[in-house]
Design a protein around this ligand. Sequence first.
Ligand SMILES: [Zn+2]
Length: 258
Amino acid sequence: MLSSVADVARPENPIYLGSTAEATEHLPTGTHIVLVEHEDIQEGLAAEASWVGLREAAAGLSALEAGLFVEAMAISNWHATHTHCPRCGEPTSPIDGGWVRRCPADESLHFPRTDPAIIVTVTDEEDRLLLGSSAAWPENRFSTLAGFVEPGESLEAAVVREVEEESGIVVHSPTYLGSQPWPFPASLMLGFTAKASHALPVPDGVEIREVRWFTREDLFTGLKEDRISVASGASIARALIEYWYGGPLDEEPSAGRP
Ligand SMILES: [Zn+2]
């Protein structure tokens, strides 16, 4: 739960999330914000209150709130999964406001981890967009191809490898567009666009069930007629698709584009 310092008794292991650089409606400038665990949090909630996942809630949060929740989730996930020293196996303890864990046996320090993953809009010579449908999703749900960066690999090499593995398409000229923290549990999504050298997709059949090219008109009518679905508003996948599309997906494609 997020609370200002003044609101809570000193909890056992608070995690410092930062302080406000500008005043907001409820928080003066310089308010310290910490993450604490409450075991009896349900008691303080109104009867009609219910829990909702960050992915579902994200669209309704301000930039400050979304940033804090993403930070809180990422750092909590790290603490939950890095409880012991990787060198000697002793339990470690959080120090420095929760941003380091220390091993009491060998005094080694351990820092939060982030796993880079690439996500990419691939286009062909006609400026059509390549989207894939994951075997794990409902049929007819499509999104941009994505995957984790492997040890020793550049981001650009990861783009080329992932797209070829999942779709059979060879791409060139990967270009960085932007990033999004994705703490499910610890990813940083790095958004790229890349150009296809040929246009014949072959899904890998394991991870990706179907992969196909979309014109802007295909995407607009497919969504409008409910024949396909794409990633939700808060995701970088949606932002990348709309960047290629040239605007919100519920508006007709601009004249003069494919
Ligand atoms: Zn140790």
